[in-house]
Structure formats: C-alpha cells, structure tokens
Design a protein around this ligand. Structure first.
Ligand code: KG4
Ligand code: ZN
Length: 327
C-alpha cells in the first residue's frame, strides 16, 4: 500500500491506495474553504497553519496501515511553498520512521490521474486542465510523456471565477458560487469580448475578461439582479474562449479521447459545451468523478502507484518542494 499526502493549496488530504489493485482503501480531506472565504481567496500562511493542524489529525486515522506501507507519496510541486512544505515534511518523517521510500508527485499529473482512481490508465489522451492555478491543454501519452500544447498567459479559468465572485462579494471558492448565480441569468445580456479571439495563438488569457467584468460589476452597483446576468455572461465567454481555442487546435490535431480535469472541470456549462464541441469528431469525453475534480490525495496516490511500479523514488535528503514548476 501507499500512503499519499496532498497539501499544495487549501485542502489537507491523505489517502491509502493498494498497489496491486489501485483500490482506494482510505481517503479523507479537510478543506479550508470556510476559513479563507472571508478573505475572498487563499491566505498562504493561514493555509499552512491549518494544514499543520489537519494533517496529523487525519494521519492518526491511518495508523493501522503503517506496517503494510511500501512507500509514502506527497505532492512536492507545484503549489504554495508554505503549504507544500507541510506535506513534504510529514512525508519525510514517515519515510524515515518506517524506513520506506518516498515519492514526490507533480500535482498536475495528479489531476490527470484523477481520471484513473480505482481504474486502469487510458492513454493516449488530450487533456484540458482547468484549476485555480492552471489552464492548459496537454497531450498525454504516458506517465512520463506529457506535452503541454497550450496554456494561459495570465490568470487561470478557475481563478477568474474566484476573482469575479470576490468582486461581487460572494465568497470563496468562486466557481460553484458563480455557476449557481449564472443559472438564473441571461448569458447574452453582456457582450464581453472573447479573449484572444483575433489571435492565431492557441493560448489562453483571462485578465482582460476579468477587467471587463469588473467594470460591469461597478456599473451594476447594488442591483443584484444584474449580477445574475453578469455571472451568466461571464461564464459563457470564459467557456467560449476555451472552446474556440480547442476548435482551432482540433483542426490540426484530431481528438480521439479527450479529458477535462481540475477543480473547474466540475463546471456543468463547460462540460456541456465541450461535449458539443467533441460531437462532430466522435471523440470520447472522459471526466473524473465530481468528488475527485478538486484537490485530493486519492489522485496523488494513484500517480504514486504507477511511479512505484517504475521505481521513481526520491531520497529524503533530495526531495524538495518546487512551488512554480509546471509540466
Ligand atoms: O483543482 P483545484 O481544487 O485547485 C487547484 O489545483 O487550483 O481547483 C480549484 C478551482 C477554484 O478556482 C474554484 O473556483 C474552481 O476550481 N472551481 C470551479 C467550479 N468548481 C470549482 N470553477 C468553475 N465552476 C465550478 N463549478
Ligand atoms: Zn489542483
């Protein structure tokens, strides 16, 4: 079995995964959304303090598995430096105490593997990662052959939802809150410009759209009815930006199996629009279970199973956090 730890942002999570079967024997996550909500975003030092409380509490519940652990895995990159350290320090202590190898997992590969929790892997695939930290398209051939073919030049898709929610004083995380508000709004009420729509680049950008929404929110003042239309129009254009760029990309690279992963892959409007986009290509759409879209340790454990089989271990001395490295 492998014990895996996730603490790259605002979720403290630990999982136990059986190596031979991919079976998830234990998974627990303590989210910090409420604590960060008043600030409209994640406060790193507060997050670190909360991980330091939550992780030992969860670890207490998995002691019975200790004698059967073959390795300990931990998200070591990318993420918030002060929160990554919490998980990595705990993993190192476990590796030393139990004399087992340590596996440093890339959080982005974790999101890809959220598709394969308790399942076999399914490669090759084209994967859209939409989270709070990332918006990128990857061609995934295997665990070690992942090529990023498009990414955001500034804000991420999820982050833009968080920022719009903050402007409206709704709280954090913004994704589910904006999605809920948008349900009763008119998607065509505000004619926001689709980012980079005239550019031949296959890349993403959300800072311009965010500023356009800011002006609309200011103009709406206290008229909360208008917020619904702004939310719906914003969600529509934020999604249209993704589908327009993917459509362009599919002109040269035909999708066969397509996946959407990351916290924002829970967005229902995005899911429906991507489904439409894939129809003419007869491509299969694969998604993670809703509970595994956002950060969790089960996906880290699932990557670790494949890394274990390929003997991709680190030494306790060498394993370090890399807050900014990507894929
Ligand atoms: O993957 P994740 O849990 O954390 C990162 O690795 O960043 O993603 C969290 C992000 C947040 O920005 C949150 O607002 C967004 O995912 N999100 C959504 C939805 N649910 C979560 N964005 C849009 N629509 C949603 N339904
Ligand atoms: Zn994530």
């Amino acid at each position: 079995m492998i014990l895996s730890i996730e603490s790259s942002c605002d979720d403290s999570a630990i999982a136990i995964t059986e190596i031979a079967t991919n079976k998830l024997l234990f998974h627990k996550k303590i989210s910090q959304e409420l604590e960060h909500s008043v600030y409209g975003g994640v406060v790193p030092e507060l997050a670190a303090r909360l991980h330091a409380e939550a992780l030992p509490k969860i670890l207490e519940q998995v002691k019975e598995y200790f004698p059967r652990l073959k390795a300990v895995a931990v998200t070591s990159t990318p993420g918030l430096a002060v929160t990554l350290v919490e998980g990595v320090t705990m993993a190192k202590a476990i590796a030393i105490a139990l004399d087992i190898p340590i596996i440093g997992v890339n959080h982005l590969i974790g999101h890809i593997y959220s598709l394969f929790i308790e399942k076999e892997t399914q490669f090759p695939l084209t994967c859209l990662l939409v989270s709070g930290g990332h918006t990128q398209v990857m061609e995934v051939k295997s665990l070690t052959q992942i090529e990023t073919v498009a990414k955001s030049m500034d804000d991420s898709f999820g982050e833009s939802f968080d920022k719009v929610a903050k402007m409206m004083g709704l709280g954090y995380p913004g994704g589910p809150l904006i999605q809920e508000l948008a349900k009763d709004g008119d998607r065509l009420a505000y004619n926001f410009t689709v980012p980079l729509h005239q550019s031949p680049l296959i890349a993403f950008s959300y800072s311009g759209l965010k500023n356009a929404v800011r002006l609309a929110v200011q103009e709406a003042g206290d008229d909360k009815e208008k917020y619904k239309d702004i939310a719906a129009s914003f969600e529509h254009i934020a999604t249209k930006h993704l589908t327009m760029k993917l459509k362009k990309y599919f002109k040269t690279v035909k999708p066969n199996t397509f996946a959407i992963v990351g916290g924002a892959s829970a967005n229902l409007y995005l899911r429906s629009q991507i489904e439409e986009l894939l129809k003419p290509h007869k491509a299969e759409l694969i998604l993670s279970e809703l509970k595994y879209c956002s950060d969790n340790a089960a996906m880290i454990g699932r990557v670790a199973v494949d890394m274990y089989k390929n003997e991709m271990f680190s030494s306790v001395e060498e394993l370090d956090i890399a807050p900014r490295s990507g894929l």
